[in-house]
Design a protein around this ligand. Sequence first.
Ligand code: GLC
Ligand code: CA
Length: 549
Amino acid sequence: MQANKKDWLRDLVIYQVYPRSFMDSNGDGIGDLNGVRQKLPYLQELGVNALWLSPFFCSPGDDNGYDISDYQNIQPEFGTMEDCEALIRECHQRGMRILFDLVVNHTSDEHPWFLESSSRDNGKSDYYIWRDPVDGHEPTNWASVFGGSAWEYVPARGQYYFHLFSRKQPDLNWRCPDVKKAIFSMMAWWAQKGVDGFRVDAVSHYSKPEVFVDSTLPPMPDGYRPAFDQICNKPETHAIVHAMNREIFTPYNLVTVGEVACETDQDLQNYALSQREEFDMAIPFVPPQMEVGLNPVELLRHRFESQYEALKDGGWWALFLSNHDKPRQVSSLGDEGTYWEPSAKALALFLHGLPGTPFVYEGEELGMTNAYFSSIDDYRDLDSHNVYRSLLLSGKTPEEALHGVWQVSRDHARTPMQWTSGNQAGFTTGTPWIRVNENASRINAEQEQKDPLSVLHFYKKLIALRRREPLLKEGTLEFIDTPYPKQLIAYRRQKGGRSLLFIANLSDKACPVPFPLPDKEPLLTSWEREQSSRPAGQLRPYEAILWEE
Ligand code: GLC
Ligand code: CA
């Protein structure tokens, strides 16, 4: 797989696997690497040509693997190094690239580096962010993203360490030259094993201030105050990413996607314009709390239009609606009920019609929906529990707090992949680590394989269309204004005198169409089951259509 990166980067369709929830090969209830290997034929048939795997390295699992205690070994519940090497090899044999998740803003507090660093007199004392107590308590009033203070006291050292995420995720000190050296050599080691690239976790916060000061933002229910902006996207963070690019990404010809917090278009450009020599693509992180209740059409138009403009001269786009941190897209942006199928297809058509590299998150291709557990005890994600606690602290009843969790929980995306209508959705022969969604008997791969008009087959058609239609890769993008900005979304892709028109009604009411539509067979439509009966002059609920004009 040594072709020049420029030749293949723009042809990727990347499938995200959350290994814990994808396929369990040995009946212990936890998805694993051999489960992924078993399902490679399924993925190849879907048409994707790259996988990104969420972390499966050694980890106590406080944040499901985003807390790593050994970057160069596999957590036994996911398999062995031999399984991992076999997976890399088998992906390549099938013409697929494979990307790993690089989590280097922090490690686990069980990483040997941290254990050593916890006493002052050793070679690793400077590997993390340590500060003296101030007046006998935390150095500042900063909140951790997952609730509570961002500081934790270690008696053996007589100091606090900084953790932007959970207490078990201490932040690395990137100013320490040995940290940089150790991380870079770990990256090179994986590249030499054949890994084709990295999705890079929580990039925006690598650089920490020399002097921490109290935040003046309003306090959270637990009294600590957000201080995100004080560590976000600093020049020193960009310098670290640039060094990664020069020393590792470029020499090893890796494809890279940075997960970044972007407040402005400029932030996005700084990470993803190619002349910056940082990442090939960026995944802007938006907390689900910020999206609840927004109108889907306005949200999608705003997000994708501004990203297009920001990167159209010298950048490239990561196109995604879902990942392991977000509620299921059909639930949050579409319709889980009556219009489940056309809305799942409409969202997919919208995304795959845009310029950039599409990402498919496991189960999205089946139209998997949110799972609303009736007890907080069924939730596994630490963040869902933090949200629950914080809502109780702010005075909500347990029932109201549970409803709050339903809106934003990351576990919606983490329920087991629905392979069959059988026991535990065919995910495991044992007891799954998290409950299977109740709708698995209706929404599953086995049934959708048999139905040529299923959501699964729609994704196959979309991915196949992308392979044969250069306009989807190369055409310009222009959104079209309509008098129905909360219902209709429309855009045109153009190049060399050819043009594609996309239009969708992303609402559950019919909507008039304000301009004449091409009098031709569409390339794809979300109402493919009842395509022939389309009423003139309007679009049915969640009807989306793509034509060549
Ligand atoms: C990223 C990951 C998320 C994780 C966090 C801390 O946002 O996507 O799952 O909890 O970083 O590593
Ligand atoms: Ca297993």
